[in-house]
Design a protein around this ligand. Structure first.
Ligand SMILES: [Mn+2]
Length: 391
């Protein structure tokens, strides 16, 4: 049998950590979640799978937008129309509640709606039988060790477990790998960890299909799993339409600051398939001087490269972050001249700017009074300057 293992879709989740997208790509960002889901449905049909498993956190929030609810159910209906069985569990983010969904799931979909582990057997077109065992969250946390509730392998052609949870001690249906292994299932479709991973040769986290922040750059996608007798084949597929990426570029060969922008744009790889959100890390910049460093740190360089790159990549690459790579930090610190340090610190003497920086803390009443004092502000700036000059 062939199945597509999907987990942690987080439909409705925003792209985090980028305050504003240029208008030319905003529309693509807005519809990215929808696009990746449609991509999954198309892939399942093209790959002629028997089953698509959605292993929880299909939606980001407990309150699910009607638009995404309908999109999800329509996708399941499309699968059913192609004789593919959708199997759905809900995770800690989209925990199941009666009355939550405005649309009915297709009758042929296998939807787990209880926290108690349940099992159901499906007969495939070729006569093979598959037992699915799983549970859903009905609240944001599960402290019980759900693995212990799963039955031993049934006498069906295949037995598949679906488990949204995490190894160790936690509030997400904690389990131990051995507890899954003991059940002797053919496959465990795991959800909750956003980076793809194999716990052993029959238990996989598929990873989230679509990264939503700069930490979700690697190990995202879905898994195409083929079970044939005792054999198993697991293949990773990329389905994201927007990809988070990191690239490190050395400026060693850039002799002069005038060459930097063109050099960077030329070094950044462009491919047309997906929109890439790029974080660029620079190394070997010491020879370019203090002015270069300042224009890097105050984001002027970012703005310049960003605009040129969007244009030359035909809106396929958006540079959202341009920083020094860790290994260059040491060199760069030696470059901070005293007057630059004074100038930088000086900006924060402006009380309004200072308070903007502190705004996250200012919402706490206990801090408000303290932060309003000019004396406190001076102490913070003096300590910061002291710290910076020690680098
Ligand atoms: Mn989760």
């Amino acid at each position: 049998m062939r199945l597509l293992h999907v987990a942690d879709l987080h439909l409705d989740r925003n792209f985090e950590g980028i305050s504003e997208f240029p208008a030319v790509i905003q529309a693509e960002i807005t519809t990215a979640n929808q696009a990746v889901y449609e991509n999954i449905i198309t892939t399942a049909i093209a790959e002629k799978v028997d089953v698509v498993i959605f292993a929880g956190d299909n939606f980001h929030q407990p309150q699910i937008s009607l638009k995404m609810q309908r999109l999800f159910v329509e996708g399941l209906e499309k699968l059913v129309a192609h004789e593919i069985v959708p199997v759905v569990v809900f995770g800690n983010h989209d925990y199941f509640e009666v009355g939550k969904f405005w649309f009915n799931f297709p009758e042929k979909a296998l939807v787990f709606t209880e926290e108690t582990v349940k099992s159901a057997t499906v007969t495939l077109a070729n006569g093979e039988t598959v037992c699915f065992s799983g549970f859903s969250y009905c609240k944001p946390k599960i402290t019980e060790r759900k693995a212990l509730e799963f039955p031993l392998r049934q006498n069906t052609t295949y037995h598949i477990g679906i488990y949204h949870g995490e190894v160790g001690i936690n509030h997400f249906a904690p389990f131990q790998v051995a507890e899954l292994q003991e059940k002797a299932y053919d496959y465990w479709a795991l959800g909750h960890i956003h980076k793809g991973d194999a716990l052993y040769e029959r238990a996989y986290y598929s990873g989230t299909p679509q990264g939503h922040n700069r930490k979700e750059t690697a190990g995202t996608g879905v898994l195409l799993v083929e079970l044939a007798g005792g054999a198993i084949d697991v293949q990773h597929l990329e389905v994201a339409t927007v990809v988070w990426q990191q690239q490190v570029i050395s400026l060693e060969k850039c002799q002069r600051v005038q060459e930097v922008v063109d050099f960077l744009v030329q070094k950044i790889q462009v491919n047309d398939e997906s929109l890439r959100l790029l974080e660029l890390k620079l190394t070997d910049i010491a020879h370019l001087g203090a002015d270069f460093l300042m224009k890097l740190q105050n984001q002027e360089l970012l703005m310049l490269v960003q605009a040129q790159l969007l244009q030359e990549s035909n809106q396929r690459v958006f540079l959202y972050r341009l920083v020094l790579a860790e290994e260059s930090l040491q060199t760069s610190k030696l470059l901070i001249p005293q007057e630059l340090l004074e100038q930088g610190i000086g900006n924060y003497r402006n009380q309004q700017i200072f308070q903007e920086v502190m705004q996250d803390l200012l919402i706490q009443p206990v801090f408000t009074q303290l932060f309003m004092q000019k004396e406190f502000q001076e102490q913070v700036l003096a300590a910061t300057k002291e710290r910076l000059s020690q680098l």
